[in-house]
Design a protein around this ligand. Structure first.
Ligand SMILES: [Zn+2]
Length: 349
């Protein structure tokens, strides 16, 4: 696969339509979708991982039973994307990345951070609504890992853990050169490995998971508990990961300590995964990776402190290269490669 070349402004670049339709295989586009607890994103992605169109919507905060509200917002976004598809360019299918857990065989999703969706038949909804060909459902962190492996920070690497640090903590694996899904499509979920035996309850139902310490949500909660007051304070400062990073950048010791504790837990999860499957590289993305060295400096320090076995010495930890597009790129590549087997084959295609 050629190196990615993201074109955020391609919408406005003139692209004269060829006189005759191009060969479908060369110019075909995939409809890529990345469903997160905060943002619904969609785009049109070519076989080289280039994003040609993109759009986002906030994920609706629906009450229990409000599954249709969230699904409806997503289908609206997909309609917009399909409407912008350039004439003459075949849509090969849908790559559907979703926050986990999910059941890739049944085509259903139950994202920890989208409570309105439990066993939501997302593959059927999307396939029925669009009447498009193949629909491929993958965990969003696996999609991010496929994107970074295909044309980002992990290009050419054979043994990779991709980590998403955001509302939660997700993960995906590439081993011996191939992305691994596991039978249910949830392999590599490092966020729910346990780092604290008597730790806090996790939204997943477990206890002491990496996510309870290292998600942006958890680090913010930790800082608030220890007296951090977000900028604006009682006048209405928003306590989120961005505000925490801003405070840390300004030298706020409570914010810095919260990120340090979170990165320590993340390092423990990473090193456990590395010991288990013999990794070369860890790529860290997700919204909170935008904190840059504020996250990566303590993370590197804790990783180094936990290295023991000789085969862990070569492990490198690097920031993701594709930014917020990584999940879309990966979802698009998955649809182009027709891999893994689609959760749904359109009966009409
Ligand atoms: Zn958990």
């Amino acid at each position: 696969v050629e190196a990615c070349n993201i074109h955020p402004d391609e919408d406005t670049v003139s692209d004269p339509r060829p006189a005759s339709p191009p060969p479908a295989s060369r110019d075909a586009l995939a409809l890529a979708v990345d469903v997160g607890g905060t943002t619904l994103a969609a785009g049109l992605v070519d076989a080289h991982g280039r994003v040609h169109r993109r759009g986002t919507r906030p994920t609706p905060v629906a009450d229990a039973g409000g599954a249709a509200t969230v699904t409806g917002a997503l289908l609206d976004l997909l309609d917009d994307m399909v409407a912008t598809a350039p004439d003459g360019r075949e849509l090969v299918g849908v790559g559907l990345a979703c926050a986990g857990p999910l059941d890739a065989v049944a085509g259903t999703v139950s994202p920890v951070n989208i409570p309105a969706w439990r066993a939501e038949p997302l593959v059927d909804h999307v396939g029925d609504h669009l009447g498009l060909g193949m629909v491929y459902l993958v965990n969003d962190a696996i999609a991010m890992t496929v994107g970074e492996h295909g044309c980002g920070a992990a290009t050419g690497e054979d043994n990779v853990l991709g980590v998403v640090v955001s509302t939660g903590v997700g993960g995906g694996l590439v081993l011996d050169g191939d992305a691994r899904l596991g039978p249910s499509g949830n392999a590599g979920h490092v966020g729910h490995t346990v780092v604290e035996l008597d730790g806090e309850p996790c939204p997943c139902g477990g206890r002491g998971c990496v996510e309870t310490r290292a998600s942006a949500t958890a680090m913010v909660r930790d800082a608030l508990r220890r007296g951090w007051v977000p900028r604006g304070g009682s006048a209405g400062g928003v306590a989120d990961g961005r505000a925490l990073a801003t405070a840390a950048a300004a030298g706020d010791p409570v914010a810095l300590a919260a990120i340090d504790r979170g990165s320590h837990a993340l390092a423990a999860g990473i090193m456990s995964a590395a010991a288990l499957v013999d990794l070369d590289l860890v790529v860290v993305g997700g919204g909170f990776a935008a904190a840059g060295d504020l996250l990566f400096a303590p993370l590197q320090r804790h990783v180094d402190a936990l290295r023991g076995l000789s085969f862990l010495e070569r492990l490198r930890v690097v920031p993701a290269a594709l930014g917020p597009d990584a999940g879309l790129v990966g979802a698009g590549l998955i649809a182009h490669r027709r891999w893994p087997a689609p959760s749904r084959r359109a009966s009409s295609a």
